[in-house]
Design a protein around this ligand. Structure first.
Ligand code: ZN
Length: 242
């Protein structure tokens, strides 16, 4: 079974539920995902759709309330505001002709895009990702020199809930969406992952290293708790990638 959609009736209105079968899932999962702007039912392989839907029907009120509270997605389109380092930039289509600045550039509080308007969303996405790569690479460099560790490879992804991760081999992985967060937040996440190359844990020694780089790490941490999921509203509702 591939991706399916089920419609559920509630007292308050209709709910659309994406159904996904996952070989990794251990039990039936139900969540409201800001990234897809909707609700998802995850079925472990071997569990029937009907059992899953039966479970979902016991949670109709919860589903409805959480779906109603979901902020609207913000596609990358003309006049939409997309944050860059926490500063909202308004997307402006500047005509089809390629400019000397390339296909996308920032001009004060505008994010200027040229070319076929149908490709605007992808262009903005590519630009943000490239910005994220530049900023994250520079900071990884600075922090790794400070801690005398070696960063191997940096990968940008779009994970559901993690902002960064690292491997023992020195590979770091980050969410490209961090480029939309305030600069101190991006600084903190990069410092956090680089610090793991010295301390592969969250021990007091690890936090001491983080404090050395980011003296007030509580502020970016609480920013992520409060506003992090909101970053998933931006852009196309791309296929979910963990
Ligand atoms: Zn960590």
């Amino acid at each position: 079974m591939g991706r399916e959609i089920a419609l559920l009736q509630t007292d308050k209105g209709e709910i659309s539920l994406n159904i996904r079968v996952s070989a990794r899932a251990q039990r039936i999962g139900l969540r409201v995902d800001p990234r897809i702007g909707g609700a998802e039912l995850v079925l472990p392989s071997g569990v029937s759709k009907n059992s899953g839907l039966k479970f979902a029907r016991t949670k109709l009120d919860w589903l409805y309330d959480h779906l109603s509270a979901l902020p609207a997605p913000i596609p990358f389109e003309e006049a939409a505001e997309v944050p860059h380092f926490g500063v909202p930039l308004m997307i402006r289509h500047m005509g089809r002709a390629r400019s000397q600045h390339g296909p996308v550039w920032r001009e004060n509080d505008a994010l200027c895009v040229t070319g076929d308007p149908r490709h605007m969303s992808r262009r903005v996405h590519d630009w943000l990702k490239a910005q994220a790569r530049t900023e994250i690479s520079q900071r990884s460099q600075v922090w790794s020199e400070l801690l005398d560790v070696t960063v191997n490879r940096i990968t940008l992804r779009d994970p559901r809930s993690r902002w960064g991760s690292c491997s023992v081999g020195g590979d770091l992985s980050f969410s490209w969406r961090l480029i939309m967060a305030p600069e101190t937040v991006l600084d903190y996440v990069v410092a956090h992952e680089v610090a793991h190359l010295r301390e592969m844990n969250h021990s007091p020694r690890f936090w001491k290293l983080v404090d050395k780089m980011i003296p007030d790490s509580e502020t970016p941490k609480s920013w992520l708790r409060l506003h992090g999921s909101g970053l998933h509203r931006f852009g196309a509702t791309s296929p979910v990638e963990d």
